[in-house]
Design a binder for this molecule. Structure first.
Ligand SMILES: *[C@@H]1O[C@H](CO)[C@@H](O)[C@H](O)[C@H]1NC(C)=O
Length: 260
């Protein structure tokens, strides 16, 4: 009996540990020490005696991110990597800029719920519930509107106004992480076997792209709707953890290798 209780207790304890939100701080602050070689869950604290006001400061969210990339958006992160004072606080933020028709492509944050406020423009937002319903909840937001994206769910944003749009997001982790669905599934390194993707998405794995699609530059439009599933991705938007956009030209051998 006692051992059963112990087992149940351990099970409950492991469940609570598995909740993917940041742990609470155990001191006033633990400013991240980026130079430490010690690996912990989070970042090692800098000596509190050496902490300065600047450790709690990030400057630069007044600047617009460069949206001249394939998706027409840019996320400026203020996570623990940019603001060391955030370490252990379970919170962070970002500025998201959108060119006209720009999208922040479908992605999830494995460690954070996101709350977003529109600063200017009109932004269509949406998220999809988990299995089995996969229900899409979507809304067009105007300036001042606030929307929340539940932790872990796939969500997206699109500028549906006439000009540029800007939003500010708060996230419930110092390091929310991001998984951009298209990049993770179709742009993984190495590729996920094409047979697996063909069966998972119920498409023909020899789908060929319109050749011009690979050389189109922003603004994004039909290119992405017609994007082939089983060829090397045209664009790799490493979002938002690595804000790098690369444009790859696809050769016949890429296609063959991917389809293999
Ligand atoms: C976002 O904007 C910054 C600042 O302009 C730029 O350095 C970065 O390359 C941009 N990222 C993307 C994905 O376009």
């Amino acid at each position: 009996m006692a051992s059963q209780l112990l087992l149940i207790g351990l099970f409950v304890a492991s469940c609570s540990l598995a909740l993917a939100s940041d742990p609470s701080p155990l001191q006033d602050f633990c400013v991240a020490d980026p130079n430490s070689q010690v690996l912990v869950n989070g970042v090692v604290c800098k000596d509190p005696k050496l902490v300065q006001a600047n450790d709690f400061l990030f400057s630069g969210l007044q600047r617009m991110g460069d949206t001249s990339n394939a998706v027409g958006s840019n996320v400026t992160q203020v996570f623990v990597a940019q603001l060391p004072g955030l370490n252990t606080f379970g919170i962070s933020m970002a500025r998201i800029d959108f060119a006209p028709q720009g999208i922040n492509p479908p992605h999830t944050h494995p460690r954070a719920t996101e709350i977003l406020v529109v600063i200017s423009g009109s932004i269509e937002v949406g998220f999809v519930t988990s299995n089995p319903d996969n229900r899409l909840l979507t809304k067009v937001l105007e300036m001042g509107d606030v929307f929340v994206f539940p932790q872990g769910l796939i969500h997206f944003q699109r500028n549906v106004g006439h000009g540029y749009a800007v939003a500010i997001a708060g996230l419930s982790s110092q390091n929310p992480g991001a998984i951009t669905i298209a990049n993770a599934v179709f742009g993984s390194n190495p590729d996920i076997n094409g047979d697996i993707l063909a069966k998972a998405f119920q498409v023909d794995k020899n789908v060929q792209p319109p050749p011009a699609a690979y050389h189109r530059q922003p603004p994004p439009s039909a290119v992405h709707l017609h994007r082939p599933l089983f060829c090397s991705p045209v664009t790799q938007i490493r979002h938002p953890s690595h804000l790098v956009t690369t444009v790859a030209t696809v050769s016949a051998s890429d296609t063959v290798a991917t389809a293999a």
